[in-house]
Write a protein that binds this ligand. Structure first.
Ligand SMILES: [Zn+2]
Length: 489
């Protein structure tokens, strides 16, 4: 966790070279014109370089560590989300900066799999949290485990960062927008040869009889000395019995078990409103499960029963953990980025990435950055590509203009005209758009999700589930196929 300050990152080495050449801010250096140094993009880049140069070398040990994981948030998703988030605020997208673009150090990590060319969330999270590469589908066990084989698990167990932190006296927490038993959060606290073993109802009888325990039970039964102090996310069904509307067949209510098994003051909020009234100074242990399955996309539900946003959960987790005497390790997952990518839904994948950026911003604003290490990364990528040569003013969710200069909606109407009609006619543009045109779906007042003409190429194109049938015979097909990746969870 402590970078060696004697080894300068490559980026800073490059900055040093540029500084020696007199490039940053060098208005008097030979060769740079006045127009050049007055150029807004030049100035923005120069300011970023100066900021990087001034960033203090990390020479002290962090007291707290927050690991943000954008699930499936590959580099192209970050680029597209940067544009999306800027355009949603009415500013230029390309030069926009997400919260984590402003962190001073950057690096790439490899989370490759032992048995597959495309990493899944189970192996990806295991790589991040244990340092060990394993098989896809396997949670915090090393590569000697066999997927779905209970007997292989016992000797394959590897410690997670959260477990190591707990053993060192730190508090720990896990926050996610998915089920708390989904692969990424599971890898924080559980060990399983099969990521799908989320509740007892998900497990084969033989595995249960052989002594393997479902992931939800592992969270609760780790005991007060090992389990996380703060747990916020979705997936209530995995923790509650069928008789109470959940999925468990063993009759256990694990939320009740958490309450009974905790020492100190326990809070178990069920809504965002309840979480907002939480008193961190009167909370020792926090378990908030806000939906039966994955949480809805950011902003999709409002009202008194609405779940909290990722940003709200992150802030609440930090407020509770910051009071712990010996520091904390917190994992925050933007899990719905991946869920949207699986549906080939760039609109929500980018919206969820923007929400992750807001959560990072909230964390940066509430912690002391001199004693808290914030890392933002992804477990694996997704097949989102940004295509063609759309004008810079084009919506990242729009279509690339055709050869004749006009992108078209599914019925052949020029797309710009269709959108204009969909958004500006009638008393309520949202409902009239749906009623009048099935191929133009207005998702909100800024962006539109559009069923495009077969020939049209979306600017931001996911490739989780391509419908190859509709793409036959077009030149674009080659480009789409070229970027298709196998499905991964
Ligand atoms: Zn993932």
């Amino acid at each position: 966790m402590r970078p060696n300050s004697s080894r300068r990152p490559l980026g800073l080495a490059l900055v040093a070279v540029l500084s020696a050449l007199g490039a940053p801010g060098a208005t008097s250096a030979a060769g740079l014109s006045a127009r050049q140094v007055a150029d807004p993009d030049y100035r923005a880049s120069d300011a970023a370089l100066q900021q990087a140069i001034r960033a203090p070398a990390p020479g002290t040990r962090a007291r707290n560590v927050i690991l943000f994981i954008g699930d499936g948030m590959g580099v192209s998703t970050v680029t597209a989300a940067r544009i999306f988030e800027g355009q949603a605020r009415g500013v230029d997208g390309a030069s926009n900066r997400l919260a984590f673009d402003q962190l001073p150090y950057a690096a790439f990590s490899k989370t490759y799999s032992q048995d597959a060319l495309v990493t899944d969330s189970a192996n990806g999270a295991t790589a991040l949290l244990t340092g060990v590469k394993t098989l896809n589908g396997v949670v915090s066990l090393d590569g000697s485990a066999k997927r779905g084989d209970c007997a292989s698990a016992a000797s394959a167990r590897v410690a997670t960062l959260a477990e190591l932190a707990k053993a060192s006296g730190l508090a720990t927490g896990v926050v996610t927008t998915t089920r708390l038993t989904d692969a990424t959060p599971a890898a924080v606290y559980a060990h399983a040869p099969q990521r799908n073993w989320e509740s007892d109802a998900d497990m084969p009888t033989a595995a249960r009889q052989a002594g393997c325990v479902d992931i939800a039970r592992q969270l609760i039964e780790a005991g007060p000395g090992a389990r996380p102090d703060v747990v916020l996310g979705g997936g209530r069904g995995k923790f509650t019995p069928v008789e109470a509307g959940g999925e468990r067949k063993d009759g256990r209510d694990l939320i009740d078990a958490w309450r009974r098994g905790s020492t100190g003051r326990v809070a178990t909020p069920r809504t965002g409103a309840e979480l907002s009234t939480l008193d961190p100074s009167a909370t020792d242990s926090l378990l908030g499960i806000f939906g039966s399955d994955n949480l809805p996309y950011a902003g999709a539900i409002s009202g008194p029963e609405a779940p909290p946003s990722l940003t709200q959960m992150t802030s609440a987790a930090i407020a509770v953990l910051a009071r712990k005497p010996r520091g904390y390790f917190l994992v925050v997952e933007g899990g719905n980025i991946d869920k949207a990518h699986h549906r080939n839904d760039a609109f929500h994948a980018l919206g969820e990435t923007a929400e992750l950026s807001r959560a990072v911003a909230a964390a940066m604003a509430s912690v002391d950055m001199t004693d808290t290490l914030i890392v933002v990364t992804a477990d694996h990528s997704h097949g989102l590509v940004i295509s063609g040569y759309p004008p810079r003013s084009a919506s990242i969710l729009g279509a690339v203009p055709r050869d004749d200069g006009e992108a078209r909606a599914g019925d052949g109407i020029v797309l710009a005209r269709a959108l204009e009609a969909a958004t500006h006619q009638g008393d309520n543009p949202l409902t009239t758009a749906h009623a009048r045109r099935s191929d133009v779906l207005v998702e909100d007042r800024v962006f539109r999700r559009i069923e495009l003409d077969e020939d049209a190429l979306p600017v931001a194109l996911g490739s989780g589930h391509l419908d190859g049938r509709r793409r036959q015979g077009h030149a674009i097909l080659l480009q789409r196929r070229g970027h298709q990746v196998p499905d991964h969870l």
